[in-house]
Design a protein. Structure first.
Length: 107
């Protein structure tokens, strides 16, 4: 597999191979920054990929990196629920202030 070019959107196979190579080179005492230069990948991306692989140990390689910005279903659902919760809290705060305003007006 050619790991010499990074175009911003890499396939899961590339990411897995990059993490494998990172671990291999780190065992040889090579810095993360140097490995990033060798692969033409930013060190923070390598670090994130390594963390993602570690967090999903035992998961099928194709599912470690869902790709194209798609999150695993649990993460996507959690994100959606957090956004909905924030929106509902804002609506609730608005309704409370509106109720207080109209309660003052009716006196």
């Amino acid at each position: 597999m050619d790991l010499t070019r990074f175009d911003g959107h890499q396939r899961p196979e590339f990411k897995l191979e990059a993490v494998r190579r990172l671990e291999e080179r780190r065992a040889q005492g090579v810095s993360l920054t140097q490995v990033g230069r060798e692969l033409d990948v930013r060190p923070d991306m390598l670090r994130a990929w390594r963390r993602q692989v570690g967090a999903r140990a035992g998961v099928a390689p194709a599912k470690v990196f869902p790709g194209q910005g798609r999150l695993p279903s649990e993460e996507a659902e959690l994100r959606r629920l957090r956004h909905e919760n924030a929106r509902l809290q804002q609506e609730n705060a608005f309704l409370k202030s509106a109720a207080a305003y109209f309660a003052r007006e009716s006196r």
